[in-house]
Design a protein around this ligand. Structure first.
Ligand code: UD1
Ligand code: CA
Length: 458
């Protein structure tokens, strides 16, 4: 196609049935505002511009999605789909082809849109689908030879027309110059007193323009969201679609119905994901990574062969190859865990580097720490990184052994191969290769007796 493509996304409607303070098009599907998802799909067609017609909740929509590379057009009053498209037209060139999308029809796919745009060569192309129950939709009226004559809205349709099962999805593509002419002639003399975009079909027929219909491959792609039940239904449909794609790409999902991806996941070979895993943001899993049940991963990169055991929560972290994390580990932002490291149960790590092969296996807090390789941190060790006002760093060299129940009061450095005796509170740097400890000596009080109950208390 050498004609430039201009996409117009209609997103001004109110969405009353969401019963929400949030404009409908900002409600999330797959972790992303539905309008942003439609925009992203439109981008795949490489259009010249993407126009967004917005209105209801205008300030919030611009605040949340203003970063999208779109031409924003405010539709102050929602006078109908035809009126909405007309608002965007002054910024659309006559020599282009226009594709109209809805901001609340989020699961439309680029392949379908490609077919629709292609079908609009010297024609008007409408995306339609046959429904067992077409109630509420505009119906596609054809003549005896099957040629489309017009689209009639439910509220304006005769009983005979209401029996038609082929419906208008609302998505269409057409030449800009022609569209402009038809929009100028629209009126609102109909049951809803609205400027119907659908009225351009009959005008096109009158002008001798061919109407092509493209049939939508499945109902989910053209389903609109009006309430939270429909939102949940389409969320499931999206998750199933994503799960299917991942399995086809070679991922084992122990139960595709219990897997949620709200973002982008890229995977190596033979990744295994157990049930109830939630993945958000951008996650990269290397070859042979396994993710245990009930884990949450957000913006994480995990190297080959690493095992994330159940119930672990990992956010904004990079984890090397052959590492073992969890069960019950919490890895917080700005953490890097090198190859072969072990982070065990009830261990929290924040803004820290954990060197290769180092082990923090039980019940610890490691924050603002730089830890070398082959370190062993005993159970119950805490880096005291906060003095009540400021955060300080703990530096731990290679080969250090920290005994259980130790507090490292930052700022503090434990040099290479140092050993810290169990139960110590370390407030000063510990030298390399030596044993440092800070506990008081163990004593035994000979003949000491436990207090007994006083006889008068009986
Ligand atoms: C529209 C179609 C109908 C089709 C149905 C599919 C018309 C007249 N009717 O009906 O044939 O079967 O979609 O779902 O086109 N919008 C604006 N500004 C407005 C009005 C609407 O931006 O002034 C937006 C809405 O936010 C929504 C989309 O356009 O994203 C469709 O509007 P909606 O009111 O849902 O159209 P329907 O009456 O359902
Ligand atoms: Ca609708």
């Amino acid at each position: 196609m050498n004609q430039a493509l201009e996409v117009i996304i209609l997103a001004a409607g109110q969405g009353t049935r969401m019963k929400s303070a949030l404009p409908k098009v900002l409600h999330a599907i797959g972790g992303e505002a539905m309008l942003a998802r439609v925009y992203r799909t439109a981008r795949l067609l490489e259009p010249k511009h993407i126009h967004i017609v917005y209105g209801h909740g205008a300030d919030l929509v611009r605040e949340r999605l203003g970063h999208l590379d779109a031409v924003w057009t405010l539709q102050d009053r929602q006078l109908g789909t035809g009126h909405a498209v007309a608002q965007a037209m002054p910024k659309v060139g006559d020599d282009s082809r226009v594709l109209i999308l809805y901001g609340d029809v989020p699961l439309i796919e680029a392949q379908t849109l490609d077919r629709l745009v292609d079908a609009a060569a010297d024609a008007l192309a409408v995306l339609t689908i046959e429904l067992d129950n077409p109630t509420g939709y505009g119906r596609v009226v054809r003549d005896r030879d099957g040629r489309v004559q017009r689209i009639v809205e439910q509220k304006d349709a005769s009983a005979e027309e209401r029996a038609i099962r082929e419906i208008n999805t609302g998505l269409l593509a057409v030449d800009a110059a022609r569209l402009r002419g038809w929009l100028e002639r629209l009126d609102n003399h109909n049951a809803q007193g609205e400027y119907y975009l659908t009225d351009i079909i009959a005008m096109a027929v009158e002008d001798g323009v061919v109407i092509n219909t493209v049939s939508a491959p499945d109902i989910e792609q053209v389903s609109g969201i009006n309430d939270r039940q429909q939102l949940a239904t389409l969320e499931r449909a999206l998750q199933q679609r994503q799960a299917r794609q991942l399995m086809l790409a070679g991922v084992t999902l122990l139960d595709p119905a219990r897997f949620d991806l709200r973002g982008e996941l890229s995977v190596g070979r033979d990744v295994i994901i157990d049930v109830n895993v939630v993945i958000e943001g951008r996650v990269v899993l290397g070859d042979n990574v396994t993710i245990g049940a009930n884990c949450m991963l957000k913006d994480v990169e995990i190297g080959a062969g690493t095992e994330i055991k159940p119930m672990s929560i990992i956010e904004s972290a990079v984890i090397g190859a052959g590492a073992h994390i969890g069960p019950f580990a919490r890895i917080r932002p700005e953490t890097r865990i090198a190859d072969g490291a072990h982070i065990g149960n009830f261990v929290e790590v924040k803004k820290s580097d954990i060197g290769a092969g180092s082990k923090v296996n039980h019940l610890s807090y490691i924050g603002d720490t730089t830890m070398g390789a082959k370190v062993n941190i005993g159970a119950g060790t805490i880096t005291c990184n906060y003095d009540g006002a400021n955060k300080h760093r703990t530096v731990i060299g290679d080969g250090v052994f920290v005994g259980s129940d130790t507090q490292l009061v930052a700022p503090v450095t434990v040099y290479d191969n140092a050993t810290i005796g169990a139960g110590s509170t370390i407030t000063k740097d510990a030298p390399a290769g030596e044993l440092t400890l800070s506990r008081s000596k163990q004593v035994t009080i000979n003949g000491w007796k436990r207090p007994g109950k006083k006889s008068s208390d009986k």
